[in-house]
Design a binder for this molecule. Structure first.
Ligand code: NBP
Length: 477
């Protein structure tokens, strides 16, 4: 019998997704460019389900029922195009190519069009949850033609994580929408991780606690509003003892953060859309600053500033830091959801933002209790511009803001860098001001570049002849 779906690309993600699909009863054909990997896969997992192993793309395609459903799990970028080029001539009209890797959404839109010209249906599907999620239940963000999705919906919803009997998988929108949402998910993950790192930094250098003690604090935090996968694993990572030194493992890990690009893409897109996205963007910059390790080493002995901690007991700050973390997190999510809303409008994607919060509740790296609040916010208040304006979040931040300000002030006085905490607070303060200082920016722009300004008391555009007689002229009449 033919397989209902094929998976090509059997590195960790492809292998685990293929196993997940087969374990739940769907026959799967498997293929990998290097067939040794396919053989290894079959030796290790071949008895877990109905697999058909294939060596060539021809055999792979021949093993599939029609319309063929082909899940491509190769490295993002050029390899995806290479696979599409190789496999397309072997396919028939209506067959479905599904890219489940971390592709950049403009590539997905481009591939969707190119495949459509060949009579093929292309889907860009965001898959989150890493190896473990792929095997046991990821969060799945499928984008593409709804009719193509209907052909794979049962497979995807069956393998996805389930929360309250709801699968963490819903059709996101056309062409690049699925990969877009996955990109923002990853961006939010950057912000979450950065906020956790800043809390850790403050607990270490201002509150004077060691890694295991901080791990315990995260464990306690995980019992409250902050409950989430990332807070939970922070507790574990901080309490891990290094076999070599006998001390905490984190203390011997090099402090340079790497990145694969999805955070940067999210920030770049926010700049294009004109959406303020300070939390995620500061998180990306914090990683790039961390990677300037030798420069930092030189600067540490040269640039003046306070030495954090200075001996006094500041464990009173622990609860303040928890609240600052929560408030900053609210801001980061409010920004990320505002970005998805703007992208949805710009691309006519008609994204259901509440559904995005729903499918992120399980399976993915940012899974958290908190996402239920976002889901409820959209259910109760519809298309809100900014989640900060939804009563639950308005109140949560109102309750936390005194602590948040104390933390930002203390960190600043003590010389601890908190780019995400402080930029989130600045965003909050900027957003809640009816009148900011951009009037002066407009005045300056008009002075040096005759860029004109609008007045609060009259319609139209105006220019002052700064260098001439100083009179104002209307420029749009
Ligand atoms: P990798 O990203 O490491 O890719 C390895 C796979 O790509 C192998 O099967 C390799 O075949 C194949 N491949 C390459 Br490289 N170039 C190819 C080409 N020109 N033609 C055909 N096949 C080619 O695998 P991964 O870590 O499993 O990730 C797969 C996708 O899932 C990526 O887009 C990744 O970003 C995404 N993702 C990963 C995670 C994670 O936790 N790792 C989480 C979420 C999403 P070979 O065996 O012949 O070299």
């Amino acid at each position: 019998a033919k397989s209902r779906i094929g998976v090509t690309g059997l590195a960790v993600m492809g292998a685990n997704l293929a196993r997940n699909i087969a374990r739940r009863g769907t026959p799967v054909a498997v293929h990998n460019r290097t067939s040794a990997r396919t053989r290894e896969f079959m030796e290790a997992y071949g008895d877990e389900g109905a697999f058909t192993a294939t060596d060539s793309l021809e055999d792979f395609v021949a093993a599939l029922e029609k319309p063929r459903r082909i899940l491509v799990m190769v490295k993002a970028g050029a390899p995806v195009d290479a696979v599409i080029e190789e496999i397309s001539p072997l396919l028939d009209e209506g067959d479905i190519i599904i890219d489940g890797g971390n592709s950049h959404f403009p590539d997905t839109t481009r591939r969707t069009r190119a495949c459509a010209e060949r009579g093929l249906r292309f889907m860009g599907v965001g898959v989150s949850g890493g190896e473990e999620g792929a095997l046991n239940g990821p969060s799945i963000m499928p984008g593409g033609d709804p009719a193509a999705y209907a052909e794979v919906e049962d497979i995807f919803t069956t393998i996805a994580a389930q929360v309250d009997d709801t699968p963490c998988c819903v059709h996101v929108g056309p062409d690049g929408a699925g990969h877009y949402v996955k990109m923002v998910h990853n961006g939010i993950e950057y912000a979450d991780i950065q906020l956790i790192a800043e809390a850790y930094d403050l607990l270490t250098h201002v509150a004077g606690l060691d890694a295991p003690a901080i791990g315990k604090i995260f464990e306690e935090w995980n019992a409250g509003d902050l409950e989430s996968y990332l807070i939970e694993i922070t507790g574990e990572v901080l309490q891990k003892t290094d076999a070599r030194t006998g001390g905490p493992l984190v203390d011997v890990i090099v402090d340079e953060a790497e990145q694969k690009g999805t955070g940067r893409w999210t920030s770049q897109d926010a700049l294009e859309l004109g959406v303020p996205l300070t939390g995620i963007t500061e998180a990306v910059f914090a990683r790039t600053l961390s990677s300037l390790r030798s420069e930092r080493k030189a600067a540490a002995g040269t640039l003046a500033g306070p030495v954090p901690g200075a001996g006094e007991d500041r464990t009173d700050l622990v609860e303040d830091i928890r609240q600052a973390l929560y408030a900053s997190k609210v801001v980061a999510y409010a920004q990320g959801f505002a970005q998805m809303r703007a992208a949805s409008k710009a691309n006519d994607w008609n994204l259901d933002l509440g559904a995005m919060a729903t499918i992120w509740r399980g399976g993915c790296i940012i899974r958290a209790r908190f996402l239920n609040r976002i889901r409820e916010a959209y259910a109760e208040h519809g298309d809100v511009e900014n989640l900060l304006m939804v009563p639950y979040f308005t109140e949560a931040v109102a309750d936390a803001q005194d602590a948040w300000r104390r933390v930002v002030a203390t960190a600043t006085q003590q010389g601890v860098a908190i780019p995400a905490f402080s930029s989130s607070l600045s965003y909050y303060d900027g957003y809640r001001r009816e009148r900011g200082p951009a009037n002066l920016i407009q005045g300056l722009r008009d002075y040096f570049g005759a860029h004109t300004y609008r007045r609060i008391d009259a319609d139209g555009s105006f220019h002052t002849r700064w260098g001439q007689d100083g009179t104002e002229v209307r420029t749009d009449a």
